[in-house]
Design a binder for this molecule. Structure first.
Ligand code: FAD
Length: 320
């Protein structure tokens, strides 16, 4: 069976959920061979094996932490040369997309980014993407070289599929440009205790209708009752009510959670571009004509200041 390289996104050995989702998709195409780099790379092996990795190629070197993406591209290319895979899959994070693009260029292959689904095809993997602010769903396949495909978080379920996950050290020789750009410092963001916006299974977002930074407490309370991340429309962000890191949309982040709850958001096309692939969409808006209601699965016409706290209470009471 053909092997499929899966680039592992991890923090000091803790594998992030989108990588486990990638393993589910990789198994549709072939046998997943994971590539884990940097501090704690070998510690990823158990989780990766549990989710179907037949092999885990690891490498650690100061270059991975101290420099931007080129050392990682060098390592992924070394894995590519060693395995000759049927496809290379990466998560659709900003960093992994840059690694994907650079690898595709080096190996002379086509690339597909931001896939939301992936299946095996007669002539190679077929990727589903959402285009033009999710007005269209496209299916495409790479017709040149080995497909390099990045996949958005929440595109597949995480499935246990125990496999050998044998750890092998990857030998990497760094290219001349690997140390061209040095990382001078890293400042971790203050933790809110909530899940990462792009990875969260549930996102609760607020817009201009929230009418003030202090009122975002209502949105946060609902999010916390559901274990959700908090998102915001650009209007709310531009007003200074919520940080730009939480903006959903064309010039913010793209999310694709199981459940997206939009409160006081009209549903402008630029907002839809970042959330329309959510599996279930719920909106609370006092204007029955708001465009957001064209795309919802469930809509509540009402004042968010009345509806959202009731929803929070209901969720809490059901949790006991
Ligand atoms: P509004 O459109 O003003 O809608 C507010 C809604 O709240 C209304 O529907 C209103 O009925 C409702 N409301 C008011 N009070 C209440 C209440 N008490 N209870 C319930 N409902 C209430 N936007 C993004 O979100 N993300 C982007 O990334 C983004 N990128 C953009 C890029 C470009 C190049 C451009 C031109 C625009 C972009 N925008 C983006 C802006 C976008 O066009 C909209 O202006 C924005 O999404 C509107 O935000 P909103 O829905 O919160 O506000």
């Amino acid at each position: 069976m053909a092997e499929v390289l899966v680039y592992v996104d991890h923090v000091d050995g803790a594998v992030r959920k989108p990588t486990l989702e990638l393993l589910t998709l990789a198994r549709r195409i072939g046998e997943p061979v994971a590539v884990a780099l940097g501090n704690g790379a070998a510690d990823t092996a158990a989780a990766l094996a549990e989710h179907g990795a037949v092999k885990v190629l690891t490498a650690d070197a100061p270059e991975f932490a101290d420099y931007l993406v080129v050392p990682k591209v060098d390592a992924l290319q070394a894995a590519y040369d060693a395995v000759s895979p049927a496809a290379v899959l990466l998560p659709s994070s900003a960093e992994a997309k840059e690694i994907a693009a650079r690898l595709a260029l080096r190996i002379g292959s086509g690339i597909i980014t931001d896939a939301v689904d992936l299946e095996a095809g007669d002539q190679g993997p077929v990727a589903t993407q959402s285009a033009f602010a999710a007005s269209y769903t496209t299916k495409s396949r790479v017709s040149k070289g080995t497909p390099v495909i990045t996949v958005k978080p929440n595109s597949a379920a995480v499935e246990a599929a125990p496999a050998a996950g044998a750890v092998e050290a990857l030998t990497v020789s760094f290219s001349a440009t690997a140390t061209g750009t040095k990382v001078l410092s890293r400042t971790p963001r203050e933790s809110t205790g909530r899940p990462e916006l792009t990875e969260a299974a549930i996102v609760v977002s607020g817009g201009r209708g929230v009418n003030g930074a202090e009122n975002f407490a209502i949105i946060e309370a609902l999010a916390d009752s559901l274990g959700a991340a908090v998102g915001a429309s650009r209007a709310a962000v531009d007003a200074g009510w919520y940080p730009h890191t939480n903006q959903v949309g064309q010039t913010g982040k793209s999310v694709s959670p199981q459940l997206y709850i939009a409160s006081g958001i009209s549903g402008a096309i630029q907002h839809r571009a970042g959330m329309q692939t959510s599996k279930t969409i719920v909106a609370v808006n006092k204007d029955a004509e708001a465009p957001i209601f064209d795309l919802v699965d469930y809509g509540v016409v009402g004042d968010l200041f009345a509806v959202v706290p009731q929803l929070t209470d209901e969720v809490k009471s059901r949790k006991g």
